[in-house]
Ligand binder design. Structure first.
Ligand code: TRP
Ligand code: ZN
Length: 873
């Protein structure tokens, strides 16, 4: 057991930095196991206090420390595991330090490390302190000059900003000097050195400046960067058009690396990407990969303004850059791929990741007020709910005031580190509105429950809506206040036609009701027919909605709601109710048939987008169902979902076969949204057909796999075969491995697919795969493909009644924690929801959490999450 409890960092204790750094000159002598880092900092006291100089520094081997050119004796400074302290320093001075570090031994992938024989860095949030001594906090902005020297085998020498100088050294090595003219916090520093191929292009910005664009990848892979390059250019243009933001340096670089803890990182002028989110070609990447690459390239690029030019004062303000940047990348993707389909996908992801977080012991506000390890707060709440909050802000004040507020924010805060309050102030000013109540969305955790009851008075042609909100308690926040919730509303008649109405004397066919108290009644007049209510259109707020609508209303919506989000949502609601009834032992066969009929009609709608139909045909996931009713019984949920899928397969067999045959592609592969939508519908049709596995289906799935001309279809075929199981599947799986064994990104898919095996043997299969020669705990992509996917994406088998799935996950977490705490902690979440499951399962999950927190030498990262998961407040 741990002897001391680590102490949290609190927002309330924020103090401005005691010293500022105007410039930093870094000099790297790069050697894999012994890199020397010399740093020269121009420091100046910030304020009156005669405080000592305290700089962060971890895992640094000290060589020397000098102030204004004089080397300090050991009695003039102290160095411990976390800090360099110099008690007596002048008000302004130059600090020169030299340290040695060991990048080859760094398996935490934080700071300077080796990946695939190359040097690379990851400094957000607190990795820079593993490179040199520095005030490692985002509100210290400095100008960087970086010199690096390495053996010539490390062909490319890259850092932020502009290349100033490069050449050979006397001893036959080479060097480069980079300068970044924009002051930045140290978390945006980056360095890469190694053998890389480059894809080059350029773009002319709105003011007519030419920017060179370079994407660096593994040798031989430059062709696979073409899609990312295209996405980058579209992102740059889009930010000019949508937000008036122009790129600022003459060079923009992206580097792909294989060993990376997250998706990608927005280092100024030198983004670093997990190669899984950068490299794509039709043979090795799925449509989903293309979609993710497009959005992550955009996300990191958009950070140049929302993150780099304007950064966070402290890490509690993380959503200031992340929520806003996700909002921006979602808006970009909506423009690229269609608003409704994008919105549905974003909401699915929000519900899967953020709603589950919000309903468990790890719930926290969009702006938290304390943490142990900031790495643990790169969560769906900060990112995805953070984006929802901005979206609501735009809905509430309107698009024009929103744009004005953004302009004001860029103008006022460019070059600074700031806060969420300062951001919201810009919108209050731009809109002339009091946004103080809105601010609670940042401070209050939990998902609001909204209920709507409707009363239609035919004689008075009036519809009254009673809206109520309740805000469930979350850890540390037992009592909540009502939030301002924008609820977008429209009305349909029984035939699905829009009904116009009056609100406050204004004729309209859609309105936004702002529910800003626990209860409100809204009266809509001029409603000339009995209406079906279409509420929370476009998912206008991140809430759980219930209404008194009857199933027949949902069928009207599923057939005809002009708001495509709600059309999809109606189908999901119907399916969810049917599956939950079945899981509870009350199957409703009559309505299952009715539902299948309605889905069939929706599929036959020639006007609808295939991508949308694919979403319509996909049943809510098992995890979604587990959240909807508790205590959750994953085995019963799995059986219920399989039964409804089989019902669809039987009932719609002819239609699904027709889709599967008719939607075959012709001509060359294109990753565009229309073609991806076609493939999605075709693969989903096959996936549903596979729920009714007779010989013809097996043949169809096998033929699909064998004929696949791209990775999307190959994976579609494989996963249909897996859902049937048996020899055809095992053969295809072996064939796939043989074909792709030298392609790491494809082999990740091979592992991830098997982690989702729905059969009883899944846990044994997964355990067996941990001994496969291609399994590698030290590579986060591989680890997540197998272990992460099994725990989060295969609930029926993870929640094995024996508890063996939990033990497996806990063993993996403990093993990985020894060298990569950040990634170990990110695997913990599936255990965090233990209170939502049946008592037997919950107890076993809790048991594993207890085993984890008791482990000697556990990292702060894992300790924080596991102990919060167990806490009973
Ligand atoms: N700021 C990055 C993004 O959202 C993500 C990030 C945070 C990250 N911490 C990281 C990436 C650590 C890699 C490692 O764009
Ligand atoms: Zn980001």
């Amino acid at each position: 057991m741990r002897t001391e409890t680590p102490q949290p960092i609190r927002l309330a204790n924020y103090r401005p930095p005691a010293f500022l750094v105007d410039t930093i000159e870094l000099d790297f002598d790069l050697k894999p196991s012994a890199t020397r880092v010399r740093a020269k900092l121009a420091l100046r006291r910030n304020g009156e206090h005669a405080e000592p100089l305290v700089l962060n520094g971890e895992r640094l081997t000290p060589i020397s420390v000098a102030v204004d050119g004089r080397t300090l004796g050991e009695d003039e400074r102290t160095i411990d595991a976390e800090f360099l302290t110099v008690p007596n320093v002048p008000d302004a001075f130059v600090l020169e330090t030299e340290v040695e570090i060991d990048p080859a031994a760094n398996k935490a992938l934080d700071g300077l490390y080796m990946s695939g024989g190359r040097f690379c860095t990851q400094c957000e949030a607190e990795g820079f302190r593993k490179i040199t001594w520095f005030p490692d906090r985002p509100d210290v902005l400095a100008r960087y000059t970086v010199r690096m020297t390495a053996d010539k085998g490390f062909q490319r020498l890259l850092s932020n900003g502009n290349l100033m100088e490069s050449g050979e050294t006397a001893d036959g090595r080479h060097f480069a000097v980079w300068n970044d003219p924009f002051p930045k916090p140290c978390y945006l520093f980056a360095l890469v050195a190694g053998e890389l191929d480059v894809l080059e292009d350029s773009l002319v910005t709105m003011s007519g400046r030419k920017v060179d664009l370079r994407i660096y990848v593994d040798p031989g892979m430059a062709g696979r960067a073409a899609y990312a390059m295209d996405a980058l250019k579209r992102s740059m243009k889009w930010d000019e058009e949508a937000f008036g933001r122009e790129y600022d340096l003459d060079l923009f670089m992206i580097v792909a690396v294989r060993d990376f803890n997250f998706g990608a990182m927005e280092n100024k002028g030198l983004n670093i990407f997990n190669s899984s989110l950068l490299l794509a070609d039709p043979a090795t990447a799925t449509d989903f990969d293309y979609e993710r690459i497009e959005s992550v390239v955009a996300h990191e690029y958009f950070h140049n303004w929302t993150g780099d030019r304007i950064t966070c004062r402290d890490w509690f303000q993380l959503c200031l850059k992340e929520g806003l940047t996700v909002f921006r990348d979602q808006s970009f993707s909506a423009d690229m791929r269609g608003e409704a389909v994008q919105r549905i996908k974003d909401v699915k992801a929000l519900r899967a990741r953020q709603f589950s977080e919000d309903q468990g012991p790890l719930a926290h506000p969009v702006r938290p007020s304390s943490y142990l390890k900031i790495d643990n707060f790169y969560t769906a709440t900060i990112y995805e709910k953070g984006a929802e909050v901005i979206r609501m802000l735009k809905t509430l004040i309107g698009p024009d005031a929103f744009r004005k507020g953004m302009d004001l924010y860029f103008e006022r805060w460019d070059g600074h580190a700031t806060t969420v309050e300062a951001f919201i102030d810009c919108f209050a000013e731009a809109s002339g509105r009091d946004l103080s109540a809105f601010f609670a969305w940042y401070e209050q955790a939990g998902t609001p429950r909204i209920d709507i009851k409707s009363r239609y008075d035919a004689a008075a042609r009036t519809l009254e809506l009673d809206l109520t909100q309740t805000n469930p308690a979350t850890p540390g926040q037992p009592n909540k206040k009502p939030l301002p919730v924008p609820v977008r509303i429209g009305l349909l008649d029984g035939d699905g036609r829009t009904i116009a109405f009056d609100r406050d004397g204004q004729a309209t066919d859609e309105t936004v009701v702002v529910l800003d108290a626990a209860k409100t009644t809204v009266r809509l007049t001029g409603v000339d027919r009995e209406p079906v209510l279409s509420a929370l259109r476009g998912f206008s707020a991140p809430v759980v909605l219930t209404t008194d609508a009857e199933p027949k209303d949902r069928y009207v919506q599923l057939a005809a709601d002009p708001d495509l989000f709600n059309r999809w949502e109606a189908g999901q609601d119907l399916a969810r109710e049917l599956m939950l009834a079945r899981a509870a032992g009350r199957p409703d066969e009559v309505n299952e048939e009715r539902y299948a009929d309605a889905v069939g009609r929706a599929l036959a709608d020639q006007a609808a987008d295939p991508a949308f139909k694919a979403l319509l045909l996909t049943l809510p996931t098992e995890s979604d169902l587990a959240l909807a009713r508790q205590p959750a019984d994953p085995a019963a949920i799995h059986a219920a979902r399989e039964a409804l899928r089989a019902r669809l397969a039987l009932h719609l067999e002819e239609e699904l076969k027709r889709l599967h045959t008719g939607l075959q592609g012709v001509g060359e592969f294109s990753p565009d949204a229309a073609e991806a939508g076609r493939r999605a519908l075709r693969n989903t049709a096959l996936e549903v057909l596979a729920a009714n596995p007779h010989a013809e289906t097996v043949e169809r799935a096998r033929g699909h796999y064998e004929a696949a001309g791209n990775m999307t279809d190959a994976m579609g075929g494989l996963s249909a075969l897996m859902s049937i199981g048996g020899e055809a599947f095992e053969n295809a799986l072996a064939d796939f491995y043989e074909r792709w064994k030298s392609e790491p990104l494809v082999i990740d898919k091979w592992f991830a697919l098997q982690a989702r095996d729905p059969s009883e043997g899944a846990l044994g299969r997964v355990l067996g795969l941990t001994a496969h020669p291609a399994f590698d705990q030290k590579n986060p992509n591989r680890l997540r493909a197998l272990v992460g996917t099994f725990a989060a994406g295969n609930p029926a088998r993870f929640h094995d009644p024996s508890g063996a799935g939990y033990t497996f996950l806990a063993d993996q977490i403990l093993a990985v924690d020894a060298f990569n705490p950040m990634t170990a902690a990110r695997l913990l979440e599936p255990l965090g929801g233990w209170r939502r499951y049946t008592p037997e399962l919950g107890a076993r999950m809790r048991g594993e959490l207890e085993r984890i927190v008791a482990r000697e030498g556990l990292s702060k990262n894992v300790y924080e999450l596991a102990s919060r998961a167990l806490a009973d407040d």
